[in-house]
Design a protein around this ligand. Structure first.
Ligand code: NDP
Ligand code: MG
Length: 385
């Protein structure tokens, strides 16, 4: 029986990669719903190919084509569509939070690329997972690697948080981004064009900038904390410029497992669909260890990457601090891309927001949305100074 899949953020980098994966497995899966923000033409082309029951353009200001729905409520309908068993959330930013919560509350398998929703609303997401009885499976390559290591080790329980119990330590790898090895002075001068040139991954603009500031790796540390239930002292980051080892797990006896491959998001996307099973697939580049040649690992220069430091500190502070970190970062990245602030201004803006807001517990969606809104307002004010 074919499994119904909904893709939120179908027109983006992850969304289009997911459709390439689904195209190779049309016997196993069919597309039930597609949702984008405002790219009506790209969505219309996908609708023509996939003929989903529901197509959504979230931005109501953009005229939607015949048969398409508009608005945030329609995004939630896509996230909870009765014919979809798997929801791929590939929206960018905390704008994906309500859809994450709705999909889990409806008992779906959530294939989560939208790490910002887990970072901003971690406790709410875990509560929705518990109450809805769905599954939370990461698409992020590092977290997919960790899940795959844990499942290879024999704990094949479905919800990611359950398998995490057997891990003693997680080692997330980071490519180091385009400015690895640069000193602070040189890095402060970089342009958006330079920051958008990632050495190993081809991704959407926001996460590409996050990979240059290493804010992305802080988001991933927080993501790992919530997904696998591992404390911050047991989550490490190692810079591995070749992006072949996607992450590592240390087990109770000190043995370390790693998951490897050439960088492609298609494999973690496929695994999020099939976990804990494996589906035969030969759509990605055949792994050739000899062509990899040398693999290296080095320490992360925390001094140079202030956004990373601030993000991990926000994770440790818990409550609404990660939501503040995430929202300030989203605004700062947008500000950097439109030329309003220099590269170093991203960490400055995040630090200003975190210093200026009294964070509190995450006890409702409203508490997260309030923190998110306040952080954005402060970030925008700081960038005007
Ligand atoms: P893109 O910018 O390429 O795509 C974002 C998608 O989300 C687009 O379809 C966009 O629609 C849609 N979108 C944007 N804003 C909204 C909104 N407010 N409501 C609904 N839909 C919206 O991003 P990526 O694909 O690179 O990243 C998506 C997520 O996956 C991010 O959270 C990122 O951190 C994560 N991720 C990405 C990886 C990658 O390789 N790209 C790797 C690991 C994680 P439209 O086209 O209409 O604007
Ligand atoms: Mg990642």
């Amino acid at each position: 029986l074919s499994i119904g899949v909904a893709i939120l953020g179908s027109t983006g980098s992850i969304g289009t990669s997911a459709l390439r994966v689904l195209d190779r497995h049309r016997d196993e899966f069919h597309v039930v719903a597609l949702a984008a923000h405002r790219n009506a033409d790209a969505l219309a082309a996908q609708v023509a190919t996939w003929n989903p029951a529901l197509a959504v353009l979230v931005d109501e200001a953009v005229p939607a084509a015949e048969g398409m729905r508009s608005g945030r409520a329609a995004l939630i309908e896509a996230a909870t569509h009765p014919d979809a068993q798997i929801i791929i959330n590939a929206v960018v930013g905390s704008a994906g939070l309500e859809a994450t919560l709705a999909a889990l509350a409806a008992g779906k398998r959530l294939a989560l690329a939208n790490k910002e929703s887990l970072v901003a609303g971690g406790p709410l997401v875990l509560e929705a997972l518990r109450q809805g009885g769905g599954e939370l499976v990461p698409v992020d390559s590092e977290h997919s690697a960790i899940l795959q290591c844990l499942c290879a080790h024999g704990d094949a329980d479905s919800a990611a948080g359950i398998v995490g119990a057997s891990a003693k330590r997680l080692i997330l790898t980071a490519s180091g981004g385009p400015f690895r090895g640069w000193d602070k002075a040189r890095m402060s001068q970089v342009t958006p064009e330079q920051a958008l040139r990632h050495p190993t991954w081809d991704m959407g603009a926001k996460i590409t900038i996050d990979s240059a500031t290493l804010a992305n790796k802080a988001l991933e540390v927080i993501e790992a904390h919530f997904l696998f239930g591992v404390g911050y002292d047991e989550i490490e980051v190692a810079v591995h410029p070749q992006s072949i080892v996607h992450s590592m797990v240390e087990l109770a006896d000190g043995s370390v497992l790693a998951q490897m491959g050439f960088p492609t998001m298609e494999l973690p996307i496929l695994y999020a669909l099939t976990h804990p099973r494996r589906l035969p697939d030969n759509g990605t580049r055949h792994f050739d260890p000899v062509s990899v040649g040398t693999m290296t690992v080095e320490a992360l220069d925390r001094d140079c990457f202030g956004a990373f430091r601030l993000g991990v500190a926000a994770g440790r502070a818990a409550g609404t601090a990660p939501a503040v970190f995430n929202a300030a970062n989203e605004e700062a990245v947008a500000g950097f891309l439109r030329g309003a602030i220099p590269f170093a201004g991203i960490a400055d803006t995040i630090g200003y927001a975190l210093d200026s807001i009294d964070t509190g517990p995450v006890d409702s969606l409203e508490s997260v949305l309030d923190a998110d809104r306040s952080a954005r307002a402060l970030a925008v004010r700081r960038m005007r100074e």
